[in-house]
Design a protein around this ligand. Structure first.
Ligand SMILES: C[S@@+](CC[C@H](N)C(=O)[O-])C[C@H]1O[C@@H](n2cnc3c(N)ncnc32)[C@H](O)[C@@H]1O
Length: 227
């Protein structure tokens, strides 16, 4: 386990990295770091891949359906990557406001390009920031979500506590994870989902539930909680 990059946000690691050469492990660490914080030219390519990948799009649509976004909702996404979910959420929150935060400047630029019209109209705001150092917002949110990002957060419970403070009372958070390592199975996805449920409970959310959806290459887990 030593030589495989651990995901700081999970107790159960989806990839145990057994029987892999050092070179493969090094390549994997490098690529994983790019998905955790895309940088430079490669980061730009990674963002494009994320925006096109069919399973990513399914995962996004499913998460958004679970959030039950209303036309006037204020919505916040952490780790918005190239901004596809922000685009879809803002189409539903047609009279609301959607904010995306990511710690990669490459992703903020891609998300900005994808949502340029809505940004100009003041319906979407995209910020460079981290889950552990969130920007301040004037008003609380109705919905907060994050997709395949929490496993990269170093203090997930602390981040979730701060996010809970940014929700309106009765507001909902949805945290989705689909493990993408080769060795991951549906059972691995459920273990990751249970880790996230535990984080949400420790952060003070109530009514925490876990939804599983069968998808390719493995199932997707979405843990939800209420402030
Ligand atoms: C695998 S990508 C997923 C992107 C997008 N949510 C999707 O599903 O296509 C993970 C994203 O989370 C961002 N991220 C990871 N850790 C973060 C943190 N601590 N704060 C803010 N963004 C973070 C990365 O920069 C990256 O854009």
């Amino acid at each position: 386990m030593q030589s495989v990059m651990r995901y700081p946000g999970l107790k159960n690691q989806p990839d145990r990295g057994e029987s892999q050469s050092r070179v493969r492990q090094a390549v994997k660490r490098f690529l994983r770091a790019q998905f955790g914080q895309p940088t430079g030219v490669l980061g730009h390519v990674v963002g494009r891949l994320m925006a096109r990948d069919k399973s990513n799009l399914k995962r996004i649509d499913w998460t958004i359906s679970l959030l039950d976004i209303k036309p006037t909702d204020r919505v916040l996404e952490i780790g918005m990557g190239p901004g596809v979910a922000v685009e879809r959420a803002s189409a539903i929150a047609s009279h609301g406001y959607v904010v995306g935060v990511d710690h990669s400047d490459v992703m903020v630029r891609q998300a900005h390009k994808r949502n340029a019209g809505a940004v100009t109209k003041g319906k979407v705001d995209l910020r460079l920031g981290s889950a552990s150092q969130l920007p301040a917002f004037d008003e609380p949110f109705d919905k907060i979500f994050s997709i395949n990002s929490i496993h990269f957060w170093s203090e997930p419970v602390e981040c979730l506590k701060a996010l809970r403070e940014m929700l309106k009372p009765g507001g909902m958070i949805a945290v989705t994870l689909q493990p993408r390592s080769r060795s991951a199975t549906d059972a691995t996805a459920e273990e990751c989902g249970r880790d996230v449920m535990m984080h949400l409970e420790k952060a003070g959310f109530s009514g925490v539930t876990l939804e599983m959806r069968s998808m390719k290459p493995v199932a997707v887990a979405c843990a939800r909680g209420i402030r």
